[in-house]
Ligand binder design. Sequence first.
Ligand SMILES: *Cc1c(COP(=O)(O)O)cnc(C)c1O
Length: 336
Amino acid sequence: MKIDFPPRLELAHTPTPLHRLSRTSAELGVEFWIKRDDLTGAALSGNKVRKLEFLFAEALEQRADTVVTCGGEQSNHCRATAIAASQVGLSCVLLLRTADPNNPPPFRGNIVLDRLAGAEIRWISHAQYARRHELFESVAEELRAAGRHPYVVPEGGSNAVGTWGYVLTCEELAAQIDSLPDKPTTIVYATGSGGTGAGLAVGAKMTGLRERGVRTAGFNVCDDRDYFVKAMTRIAADMRARWPAVPALDADELDIVDGYVGLGYAKSRAEELELLRDFVQREGIVLDPVYSGKAFYGLTRELAANPSRFGERVIFLHTGGIFGLLAKSEQLEPLL
Ligand SMILES: *Cc1c(COP(=O)(O)O)cnc(C)c1O
C-alpha cells in the first residue's frame, strides 16, 4: 500500500542502520538486531527528530516563529526540539520540570545543548507540569500578546502529527528486512509518551509488516501498562480522525511490558547501569539510562523467564538519549 504521508521536513539522517549483533544474539538466545535511531543526528540524535520532521512542517505551514514544548529536566525531546528549531530558524521556549524551580538542576547533559541552541528555559514544578495543557495555553497567549506566533509541541512530540515519524520508520524497516526470511519478529522499544509505540503499531499495519509476522512490544519507563495502552490508542484514534486511511488500532493489538520502571522515571538501579556498561563493552553501542537501557534490561529479564516471549527475532529500537547518560556520571563512575 502506498502511504500518503503529511508534509515533512528532512531533519533526520535516515535510513538509520539496522545491524545484527551476533554476540548479543548468542547471549540472549534470539536473533538480535538493533535499529540505530540513536544515529538520526549528532546533537539531534534519537527518536524525537523523526516526530519533529512532521511537527515542524506543520509549524512552518502555520507560519509559526516560536515553538513551545515541555519535558523533564534532562528531556531528550526538548533538546532535539531546541536544536531543530535553530536548524530551521525558529525560536524555542522549553518548559522543563524540576523538583524546585527556584533551584534549577546542574548545568549538564541535555541542558547544556538546550542553552547552546539558545532555547529559553522556564523551570516548572511537578504540579505545574501535571497541568501543562493550561500552561501551554497561557505561554502561547503571552507570546501572541508580544506579537509572536507560537506553535505548541506536546510532551514527547507524541500527537497525531508527530507519530507519523514512526509510521515512516516502519516503511524504512520494511525495506531493510525485505531480504530476510520471514520469521516471528518483535520490534522492542522503550515508551515514555507513547508516540513511538503508537507509530510503530499503526505503521506495522500500514506497511504490511504485521502480515509478515512482525509485532511490537514496548517497555514502559514511567506510569503503567494501562496508561500507555490508553495513550497509544488515543493517539492512533486522533490520527485516524484526521487521516481516515489510518487503520484503527485496538488495545489488544498493543503489547506493553510493565514491571521495569524500577526506582522511577529517570532513576537508575545499579544493575541497569551495569548491564548498560556491559553492552557498551560487548558491542560498542551506548544505550541510555532512562529509556533504551531500561527496555534492554527488561528484555533480558523477560527472555530469561521465557525465551520465546518475543519470537525468533528481536529488532531492538535504539531511541538515543546519550546526553542523559552523561548527566549521570557520578552514579556511573563507581561501576567502572
Ligand atoms: C522520548 C524517548 C523515548 C520514548 O519515546 P516516546 O515516543 O516518548 O514514547 C525512548 N527513548 C529515548 C531515548 C527518548 O528520548
